[in-house]
Design a protein around this ligand. Structure first.
Ligand SMILES: Cc1cc2nc3c(=O)[nH]c(=O)nc-3n(C[C@H](O)[C@H](O)[C@H](O)COP(=O)(O)OP(=O)(O)OC[C@H]3O[C@@H](n4cnc5c(N)ncnc54)[C@H](O)[C@@H]3O)c2cc1C
Length: 381
């Protein structure tokens, strides 16, 4: 199945030039600063690389999801692993909620800024005591007149520090029997009294992407900031998680491809016991195994992208891809790093960073175990 045509190739070539000029020279600096500067978000916006799907009436170019995939693929290929998560969360995960569930006033207020990079977004579901079990969140939003009063805490929120606008999953009603029915999504803008950003978390990897704790203490938000309908938040999140998991599977796949190609190049040039590392039979078999798994991942991923593009329900298969590709990429990380010997354990080669960065993909956007729960449920087990 061919997803990409000549127009896509032209876009890809232009985006690669953008990476070379505007991003690649600064990656190490952003890794150290633990974020990408706001000016870079604006640059992305200026060139039309944020939310490429955004409708023209909100200033976007209204392209298909495959353009987002090209952006994600090329950023990953260039080793911009932290920023690809930050940008991907904004463009392909959070802003689409505003587009799908926002009313006209909300869309007019927020979407143009999402496209230009004036508005950076985040979504806050996870709490210190609840990650996988989303129904059990404790953050509440009590209605008082024309306002919701939000109390609670969120953690591990991607773009949490940079965000101008956070979609917060809150309980607007509590019902022990059907807790998910009480969940609503409320948009909280930076600067709202009672909304405080906490620590920028010190993570194992993905250093050029900020991940934060967020606090809500009697945070007063207009009822106009409710996204969609009260009590529908859980259902909205379940619908949008299909694309979120596809994005995560894609990043894992592209990372695996990048890690293996680096390991092949290195192991062909380094000699041990009189011949290249790659030609020791054990290693050539390892490389052959990795190449096979990567090929399987690529075929699976592309079939999912194609089906997602025509609006099919791919929840079961995307859950399979999310866990399998992420676990495969982690195997590839382990075995590729091994081929570098001691050099793999230093920052001299990108494999050290890729090894750290790929680890998050079996955890966020629904962990491997949660994906298996979904698949098992879909199989009627
Ligand atoms: C870098 C990063 C970025 C993130 N970004 C965001 C974000 O932007 N927004 C957001 O809301 N969250 C975000 N998260 C949070 C992420 O979604 C959660 O960490 C994840 O859902 C797991 O939740 P938890 O950490 O509370 O682990 P827990 O839910 O406590 O799970 C602990 C372990 O138990 C396993 N487990 C859970 N249930 C079962 C079961 N039934 N059977 C067997 N094992 C089980 C889990 O898979 C995991 O291995 C991010 C996390 C990271 C690391």
């Amino acid at each position: 199945m061919a997803i990409y045509n000549e127009e896509h190739n032209i876009f890809r070539t232009a985006f690669k030039k953008f990476i070379e000029k505007e991003l690649a020279p600064h990656i190490d600096e952003w890794e150290q600063k633990r974020e990408i500067p706001r000016s870079v978000w604006r640059k992305f916006g200026e060139y039309g690389y944020l939310c490429p799907w955004l409708p023209e009436k909100y200033g976007g170019s209204e392209t298909g999801f495959e353009y987002s995939m090209i952006i994600i693929e090329e950023l990953t290929r260039a080793g911009i692993n932290g920023a690809v998560v930050g940008i991907g969360v904004h463009s392909d995960i959070v802003a689409p909620y505003l587009n799908s569930y926002g009313n006209e006033e909300q869309k007019t207020n927020w979407l143009p800024g999402c496209g230009t990079g004036e508005i950076i977004t985040a979504i806050a579901m996870t709490e210190p005591n609840t990650g996988s079990d989303l129904q059990s969140i404790k953050t509440t939003a009590k209605k008082e007149g024309d306002y919701y009063i939000i109390n609670g805490q969120k953690t591990f929120i991607s773009n949490g520090i940079s965000a101008d606008l956070v979609i917060v999953a809150c309980k607007t009603t509590t019902n022990e029997d059907t807790p998910y029915k009480g969940i609503s999504l409320i948009v909280v803008e930076d600067g709202t009294p009672g909304f405080n950003k906490g620590r920028k978390l010190n993570k194992l990897g993905l250093h050029s992407q900020d991940t934060a704790e967020l606090f809500f203490e009697d945070c007063k938000v207009s009822v106009k900031n409710l996204l969609g309908h009260e009590g529908m938040g859980f259902s909205y999140m379940m619908k949008k998680l299909q694309q979120e998991r596809l994005v995560s599977a894609a990043i894992s796949q592209y990372l695996a491809e990048r890690m293996l190609s680096g390991a092949i190049e290195y192991s062909k040039s380094r000699k041990v016991f009189g011949k290249p590392v790659s030609r020791q039979q054990h290693n050539s078999f390892k490389i052959a195994e990795m190449a096979t798994e990567i090929e399987l991942g690529r075929v699976f991923l592309e079939s999912l992208i194609a089906d997602h593009l025509i609006g099919m329900d791919i929840v079961t298969r995307v859950s399979m891809a999310k866990w399998w590709v992420a676990e495969m990429a982690n195997r590839v990380a382990y075995n590729s790093l091994q081929l570098y010997g001691g050099y793999g354990y230093t920052e001299e080669y990108p494999i050290a960073r890729d090894y750290r960065d790929v680890r998050a993909h079996t955890i966020f956007a629904g962990s491997t175990e949660v994906m298996k729960l979904i698949i098992a449920r879909k199989l009627g087990l």
